[in-house]
Write a protein that binds this ligand. Structure first.
Ligand SMILES: *[C@@H]1O[C@H](CO)[C@@H](O)[C@H](O)[C@H]1NC(C)=O
Ligand SMILES: *[C@@H]1O[C@H](CO)[C@@H](O)[C@H](O)[C@H]1NC(C)=O
Ligand SMILES: *[C@@H]1O[C@H](CO)[C@@H](O)[C@H](O)[C@H]1NC(C)=O
Ligand SMILES: *[C@@H]1O[C@H](CO)[C@@H](O)[C@H](O)[C@H]1NC(C)=O
Ligand SMILES: *[C@@H]1O[C@H](CO)[C@@H](O)[C@H](O)[C@H]1NC(C)=O
Length: 781
């Protein structure tokens, strides 16, 4: 059955290309649909098929051959075939957030030989490793497996709509789990590493330029999108009110990195409005900022609940469908996930609200990306990535990487009296809680079929044969709890591992949380089990967004707390290794864990900075001035690490002669220079470096992320409490030492946004901070 459907699909894809092709039988997987078949005498003469011409020339040639109806047909993500030119159908929408995913219309696992893919931890957990090499390697694996899926005829496209790089602004956000957290530098660097990996660039970038793509990545959702559905406010109609200051140093930097350094070939404009203008209709944003200022070179798509339709229906920004179509095409959007552009572009044209050249511009961007993917270079199986096949999927190396990502992501939040690691001689264990025997929830959202799955229970059984399980709750929402049975199970075991938290029922796309505590009666279950257990218990939290677990932090019968995020296909194994000391945990939180009363502030308030007059506390470690359950960057280990500043190349930074533009004085009397007045070269002339020494002072080897912050001595209006300026994950033997060098320049690392949204460097003193050590530096203007 499966095989028949697969053959049918292949036949349908090839039917208009060249019948002789189907006779090739030596390969078990025929080529996926492609253009410019060299054995087809009709198509090979087309200029757009000549690979010795530039992509731009070829795209122009192709667009010039299309009729108006054909052109319009290509403006939606389900782009139909154009048989007379030998162009197959193309599906723009596929997903690969933490592994090639089911989500989207471009990938199928129901036909073909590949029925599973390497499924990494959900992004937020992977971020906790603060390890850019790891992020890059994950991107590479995803790019490889995506090619294999495509070569196997199971993909209708090679454009993947990841990474999700919106700032994780509010702990209630249902999609926070998909992001690399709350810090703009971390999110930006994650995006660069991931995009370079997926697209086939080198780790340091520069190999790819505008050339051939292994797979195409997409920076989304542009911009200030981080509310899904909260108390009647939904993303389709939401107007995010954002200050220029917050836009400049929080919401935009990840996108600039993703586009400018990562050279992503796609952008998705978000559903919401920003200060009244729907993102996909914002020419200043799409064309001015992304293309002109940041040098974006790729295609721009709408989001999928018809991101063009909502401009009329939800935002009521356009009065007619034609106005909405004109808005997006003139703004610089290229493709519509939906059908609006297919239905209304012709009438928009006849009402003279757009020119045909607006359509051609979009098509040029779209076909350029398809060409860069190699889909117009003849049989893709004969090209650079043509030999990537099913054998390169779920390899041992890829699966080890998924395990490594889980190991290095999981964060140890509490470990009283060094309860962990447990002895491997532990005679009996009880696993209690709704997540104890469920491997599926470990995948989070936007995943594909994993190569393997291992439940917590099964993984722990490999260490302690005598392990029993009780679910405790009826479900994750824990509307019913079996306290007595759970307590009895706990009493019978030496040690208890509680596996609790959230799942997609509690936090997901289109569904933000309302509370920050554990669902239903989970807290009651945990406390009762902890009270009854012979020894302090181990609490494992599976969740994306943070939970107020103050009750557990302060309960002496809860000895250890681990945050396991959604750890992916190998999460169970990683967790067991950490619990029994085969791996030394080193992850550090990529987000602030807020107390439960944080929900009194409206999720709709986009402000990052606190407002003393209204009592608004601000958001994220950079600005939030209230109590925290656990701070950003927090994470314990079985080792302890000590830092020192080994060398700072200069402790006074002279910016006196950097620019001809004189310095300005702010209203509070601080002199500053505007970064835009300083050339990159002159900024590089005053670069400086910092060497931090790190010592592992315990008997266990471990990986440790070193986080370097800057803190201004005197805060001017709106400057962050502190700001991460560098991070590096290092590996240290037991008792080992290492030095980490951070190379810094004033424009990137000493600047802050002012209220006009300009990045400026202020005069005055600051401290560089690593752990409990500080080092003063001074900026002279
Ligand atoms: C490109 O290749 C085609 C045939 O493959 C050839 O006819 C044409 O002259 C070449 N053009 C250039 C500019 O080299
Ligand atoms: C576009 O037209 C198709 C076919 O008539 C229809 O099914 C679809 O709902 C229309 N889309 C929109 C957004 O109006
Ligand atoms: C754990 O889950 C597996 C798979 O669903 C099931 O076969 C097994 O019986 C469960 N174990 C216990 C102890 O409930
Ligand atoms: C709790 O979760 C279960 C299982 O997913 C579901 O059947 C039930 O409707 C949920 N109860 C509530 C009150 O949401
Ligand atoms: C700046 O330039 C002036 C004139 O060229 C020179 O005298 C001075 O030493 C320079 N200052 C610094 C800090 O380099």
């Amino acid at each position: 059955m499966k095989l028949q459907r697969w053959i049918l699909t292949v036949l349908l894809n090839l039917v208009f290309i060249n019948a002789t092709f189907i006779c090739i039988t030596e390969s078990s997987t025929p080529p996926p649909p492609f253009s410019c078949d060299s054995s087809n005498s009709n198509t090979k003469s087309f200029k757009f098929c000549q690979t010795n011409l530039s992509i731009s020339q070829r795209a122009r040639d192709l667009v010039s051959r299309l009729t108006l109806d054909e052109k319009i047909s290509q403006l939606i993500t389900t782009a139909p075939a154009i048989p007379r030119l030998g162009i197959p159908a193309y599906q723009w929408w596929s997903e690969a957030l933490h592994g090639v995913a089911y989500t989207g219309d471009g990938i199928t696992f129901e036909v073909g030989v590949i029925d599973s893919v390497t499924t990494f931890p959900q992004v937020l957990l992977t971020t906790s490793s603060f390890d850019r090499r790891l992020w890059y390697r994950i991107g590479q694996v995803i790019g490889t497996e995506a090619r294999a899926v495509y070569n196997g005829g199971q993909a209708q496209g090679m454009t993947f709509w990841a990474p999700n790089i919106n700032i994780f602004r509010d702990p209630r956000w249902g999609r926070g789990q998909e992001t690399p957290g709350e810090d703009p530098l971390v999110v930006g660097r994650y995006s660069v590493a991931y995009v370079r990996g997926v697209q086939g660039d080198s780790f340091h970038g520069g190999k790819l330029k505008h050339g051939q793509l292994k797979a195409s990545a997409c920076c989304k959702h542009f911009t200030a999108y981080d509310l899904d559905n909260w108390e009647g406010n939904d993303r389709y109609g939401f107007n995010a009110r954002v200050t220029k200051q917050d836009l400049a140093d929080t919401y935009q930097p990840p996108f600039r990195s993703c586009v400018h350094e990562g050279r992503a070939s796609g952008i998705m404009c978000a559903y919401n409005r920003v200060n009244g203008v729907p993102n996909c209709a914002d020419r200043e944003l799409l064309t001015g900022t992304a293309r002109q200022q940041w040098g974006f070179h790729g295609y721009i798509t709408s989001d999928c609940a018809d991101g063009v339709r909502i401009i009329k229906e939800n935002h009521k920004y356009a009065r007619t469908p034609e106005e909405a179509v004109a808005d997006v095409l003139k703004a610089g959007m290229d493709v519509n996930c939906g059908t609006y552009l297919a239905n209304y572009t012709k009438s928009t044209l006849s009402q003279k609200m757009i020119k045909e050249s607006d359509i051609d511009r979009a098509l040029h961007n779209l076909f350029s990306v398809r060409m860069r993917l190699g889909l117009f270079n003849g049989n893709p199986k004969k090209l650079v990535y043509g030999n990537i096949g099913p054998k390169q999927v779920c390899t041992k190396e890829h699966q080890d990487l998924a395990l490594d990502a889980a190991r290095n992501g999981i964060v140890l939040l509490k470990n009283s009296a060094r309860l962990l690691p447990l002895s491997k001689k532990t005679s009996s264990l009880a696993v209690i809680g709704p997540h104890g025997n469920n491997s599926h929830m470990m995948l989070g959202n936007y995943h594909g079929p994993p190569c393997i799955t291992v439940e917590v229970l099964k993984a722990l059984e490999t260490y302690v044969k005598n392990t029993v399980f009780h679910q405790g709750c009826n479900a994750v929402n824990c509307t019913n709890v079996a306290i007595n049975d759970a307590v009895n199970t706990a009493k019978g075991a030496d040690y208890v591992v509680l596996a609790v938290g959230l799942d997609k029922g509690e936090e997901r796309e289109d569904f933000d949380r309302e509370i920050l505590t554990l669902p239903g009666q989970q807290e009651r279950l945990i406390t009762a089990v902890a009270d009854a257990a012979r020894n302090p218990v181990i609490l494992v939290l599976f969740c994306g967004s943070p939970i107020d677990v103050s009750f557990a932090k302060h309960n002496p019968k809860i000895g250890s707390i681990l945050w396991a995020g959604y750890p992916g296909q190998a999460g169970g194994i990683a967790l067991a290794e950490i619990i029994f000391g085969d791996h030394n945990p080193g992850g550090r939180l990529p987000i602030t864990w807020y107390p439960k009363d944080f929900i009194k502030i409206p999720m709709t308030n986009m402000g990052m900075r606190p407002n003393p007059s209204s009592g608004y506390p601000g958001r994220t470690y950079r600005f939030y001035n209230g109590e925290k359950v656990f701070p950003f960057g927090y994470g314990l280990s079985y080792s302890t690490y000590a830092y020192n500043f080994v060398h700072v190349s200069q402790s006074s930074i002279y910016l006196t002669n950097l620019t001809d533009t004189p310095s300005t004085q702010s209203s509070d009397g601080v002199r500053y220079l505007s970064v835009s007045d300083i050339s990159k070269n002159s900024c590089d002339n005053v670069k400086f470096s910092v060497v931090v020494g790190v010592k592992n002072s315990k008997e266990m080897a471990g990986r440790h992320p070193v986080l370097l912050y800057i803190r201004q001595e005197k805060l001017s209006y709106g400057s962050p409490i502190k700001q991460l300026i560098g991070f590096e994950s290092i590996s240290l033997e037991a008792g080992g030492k290492a030095e980490v060098e951070f190379r810094l320049n004033p424009c990137d690392h000493l600047s802050t946004a002012n209220e006009d949204g300009l990045m400026v460097i202020e005069e005055g003193s600051r401290f560089m901070v690593v752990g409990d050590k500080e080092y003063p530096i001074n900026v002279v203007i």
